[in-house]
Design a protein around this ligand. Sequence first.
Ligand SMILES: *Cc1c(COP(=O)(O)O)cnc(C)c1O
Length: 423
Amino acid sequence: MNETVDASPVSDRDAKASVMTGSGSGSEWLARYSSSLMGVFGTPQRVLVRGAGCLVWDADGKEYLDLLGGIAVNALGHANPFVTSVISSQLATLGHVSNFFTSPTQIALAEKLLALTDAPAGSKVFFTNSGTEANEAAFKLARRNTGGSGAKRTKIIALEGAFHGRTMGALALTAKEAYREPFEPLPAGVVHIPFGDVEALKDAVDETVAAVFLEPIQGEAGVRPLPSGYLRAARELTARVGALLILDEVQTGIGRTGKWLASEDAGIMPDAVTLAKGLGGGFPIGALITYGPETSSLLAAGQHGTTFGGNPVATAAALATLHAIESQHVLANAAAVGGHLRAGLSRLPGVTEVRGEGLLIGFDLDADVAPAVVQAGLDAGFIVNSPGPRTIRLAPPLVLTTAQADTFLAAFPAILQAAKDAQ
Ligand SMILES: *Cc1c(COP(=O)(O)O)cnc(C)c1O
């Protein structure tokens, strides 16, 4: 056989255009969406076709300032030229190899994440494709922890309000009844205790506990930071009984709060951290980092795996994202613009509370109009999100400028009024 199949009709520009975009108005696309995509997400708010930096455009040509960033994912905005070029080069060189093999970008990214999070010798990384998979891996890690006793432990502590993902293990860690109940029985042993209550944690953590899972700031619960001192107390309590302290930084990590990790300031070393959302700058990738040699050897050869996890393109995307965050001083920008935005929001009439750090911001309204605010925001050219009936969440690209933040602050009073009028 000396014939080869040419599966790359790159000369056909029409083919490329039709594969990548096609054409149609927003309403035409949404009709096709509802007859072809599963209804789990409801009706999408808009059909988006293009992005650049903090801006996106829909199928009808309308422009939006993206203050949600694909839910804390697009750390560098849309279509970042550097990340795009690194991804393209990697894909054009070597796209996928499976975990029977490794590749330089996978190794370099693991080293980089260990360095950025001050990991001690013996720390290790496991790559996934999403946040829920990172937590799923952490759940399995917890099931292997006997606290050095050799006796199996099945109890895991998580918090009320927690969101850790939608696959069965991560769902067992997630608190929300509406997400859990239709899928029970879930993996057993997870106990949810009151949020931010150190006494409740003291009562719950004993020698039967394999792990405590915490989000430094609960994102899906409306951007709710743990009270100061809580992480430190959790570290002391878990260390005393040989339970793992596992921090879910899927939403808060990779610069979201103006620091690499939101837990940085607590001055503690957890046993494990999970990452995903912002890590690939828009490309799907997640990670479980385990700290120190003992925790890092809990999952033995053959005890976990993934086909795509740590693939050359995903790890190249993450390396490019981390490089850009460092070289463009993105952490400082997130801290400064986030501070500016929070200060501005707290001065607005109708805003009763502002929470968060860096560019992970939640604010409460004086009425249950948050879903209507999302709609009015879109009409006014802003993408925001409502994790609760009177709560708005912002998680924009970390490269948002002060001037862009100001356009939202200026527009917000009219958006809120429009939302109230629409109720
Ligand atoms: C989004 C999120 C997850 C789940 O990540 P997916 O990539 O959607 O599976 C888990 N934990 C936290 C804190 C999150 O914000």
